[in-house]
Design a protein around this ligand. Structure first.
Ligand code: GAP
Length: 512
């Protein structure tokens, strides 16, 4: 099945089973805004707990905060977001649709890549086993022509973006004959800068209201509180502050489901360090964060680093952790060495001294910062994509199964009486009433046992117990494993001990 179709199925699956719904659906939805359903919220909370505990529980020099979404507007001036948090946009006059100029050009670059791959695939078919792919790529006139065009375009685009040359971006769109996907025309406006921050008014107009912004990142709430936390928590450098919270960006091109949203959630940690030590800490956090991802067991081949060649003016190192989504390797987390840019800016704009006093050396300095910043929703999407499988079973049957890591699964255990009579529901309820204090259980007595197993497979429940007539006699049940579908008979009294370790966040934290 084409990866595009797999992705469509995952999106439909999310809605069908209560993971993610389009926001305001009965009013035809709201672009790039989504609601998490009854299972989605459980899984999202598990992801957040895994992150929070790996930061705050496992590091005695990292503490958490919860700062507000509304902050003083000068914060966004100081951070550079008012002046520079922009995307270049362009409108098509015929369709009245708005696009990101950089995305139109990147899509055009991808089209050259597609043409190259098509040529190679055609040749592979033609030459069969004797096909020498490397030689073909190096010598085919058609391939070389596409490569040359792609590289020239890429170079021109990079230059225009680096220089923020909006006229040149428009010229590239014209020269490449890029058309609007809706109207099919090249009737483009000029390219303009568009600030991604949402703004609103605080206070009544009579009192003189103030324009404020919905935060586009949670990080600034940490920067402006760093000295409060350092002093009240008696923190010594190096130390970190972690935060999970909503962020808002008026994305022009919002696509790929919850990958790019206008309202989303971030898990950010700023690690405050002594200037000069930043590249060592950057390397350490790169490795720590990759280990956190890989501990979920999807396989190292699902991840890669993408080190930034072009750095923001305040950064001296940056990388993305990319995850293999059905639409290619995509950024899930950023790790940035941000120097002392943000703290220095806040010092300048607030006029307050926010330097750190080092009691050991008796010196004051503005700390440098390593930031780890991951999107909860992108993490959620990556886990779902890696877990989704339409599995062919013996006998021609199929099942849709989510191989979710058990600690992230919304429901850990389904409790299923074989029939709705003979005292089996009562025993099943008594098991649920005991285990519900330890982990999330779901009781289900409707339909055949086979159908109930399929329902639990589809929502990623790692274990099911079936209560049958033998259970009444010897107080045992069958325990079914989602992935292997194997069943074993276990004592009801042993269930909690057997499962607790497998389904708890602690089990994955211990693997770090
Ligand atoms: N404080 C640094 C910062 O915000 P970023 O690379 O802009 O850096 C960090 O964002 C992470 O937030 C990304 O790696 C991604 O996971 C998530 N993210 C950013 N924009 C997003 C959006 N529109 N929708 C969903 N997640 C987003």
């Amino acid at each position: 099945m084409a990866q595009e179709d797999v992705f469509k199925k995952i999106v439909a699956h999310c809605k069908e089973y209560g993971f993610v719904f389009p926001s305001s659906e009965i009013y035809d939805g709201l672009g790039a805004v989504y609601d998490y359903g009854q299972l989605g919220v459980e899984m999202k909370n598990n992801i957040k707990t895994y992150w929070w505990q790996s930061m705050v529980l496992l590091h005695d020099n990292i503490v958490g905060i919860d700062s507000s979404i509304f902050m003083h507007p000068t914060i966004w001036k100081a951070s550079g977001h008012v002046d520079a948090f922009n995307d270049p946009l362009i409108d098509n006059r015929d369709s009245k649709k708005r696009y990101r100029a950089d995305v139109l050009i990147e899509d055009q670059i991808a089209k050259y890549d597609e043409k190259i791959e098509k040529e190679v695939a055609k040749a592979r078919k033609r030459f069969g086993d004797s096909f020498d792919e490397a030689k073909y790529r190096a010598t085919s006139a058609n391939v070389l022509e596409h490569v040359a065009k792609r590289d020239a375009l890429h170079e021109r685009y990079k230059k225009a973006m680096n220089a923020t040359d909006l006229d040149e971006l428009k010229q590239i769109i014209i020269d490449e004959e890029i058309v609007c996907p809706i109207s099919g025309t090249r009737n483009w406006t000029d390219v303009r800068q568009f600030n991604l921050m949402f703004s609103t008014e605080m206070g009544s107009t009579a009192d003189g209201s103030m324009k404020i912004y919905l935060r586009p990142e949670t990080a600034q709430g940490i920067f402006v509180n760093y000295l409060n936390v350092q002093k009240t928590g008696r923190m010594k450098i190096p130390f970190g502050i972690a935060q999970i919270g909503k962020a808002f960006r008026n994305e022009i091109v919002a696509r790929q489901f919850i990958f790019r949203m206008r309202e989303f959630e971030q898990m950010e940690m700023q690690f405050f360090i002594k200037p000069g030590t930043e590249l060592d800490w950057f390397a350490k956090w790169k490795q720590t964060r990759m280990a956190w991802h890989q501990a979920l067991g999807f396989g190292a081949d699902h991840y890669r680093f993408h080190d930034h060649e072009k750095l923001a003016h305040y950064a001296n190192a940056a990388t993305d952790i990319e995850f293999l989504m059905p639409f290619g390797f995509k950024e899930v987390e950023g790790i940035h060495s941000r120097t002392n840019f943000d703290l220095s800016q806040h010092e300048k704009y607030s006029g307050k001294n926010i330097k750190y006093f080092d009691p050991e050396t008796n010196e004051s300095y503005t700390p440098f910062v390593i930031e780890t910043s991951i999107g909860v929703d992108r993490m959620f999407l990556s886990v779902l994509c890696a877990s989704y499988e339409e599995q062919a079973l013996e006998g021609g049957d199929t099942r849709t199964v989510l191989h979710l890591p058990a600690p992230l699964a919304p429901v850990k255990l389904a409790i299923l009486p074989l029939v709705k009579k003979d005292g089996l529901p009562e025993l099943a309820h008594s098991i649920q009433n005991e285990l519900k204090f330890h982990f999330n259980c779901q009781y289900d007595e409707k339909d055949s046992i086979g159908k109930r197993y399929r329902r639990q497979d589809a929502i990623g429940t790692p274990y099911c117990v079936t209560v049958d007539h033998q259970s009444l006699e010897d107080k045992t049940v069958t325990l079914r494993n989602r992935d292997t579908m194997e069943q074993q008979r276990v004592a009801i009294a042993d269930l909690c001990g057997i499962l607790q370790d497998k389904v708890s966040i602690t089990s994955v934290l211990k693997g770090l």
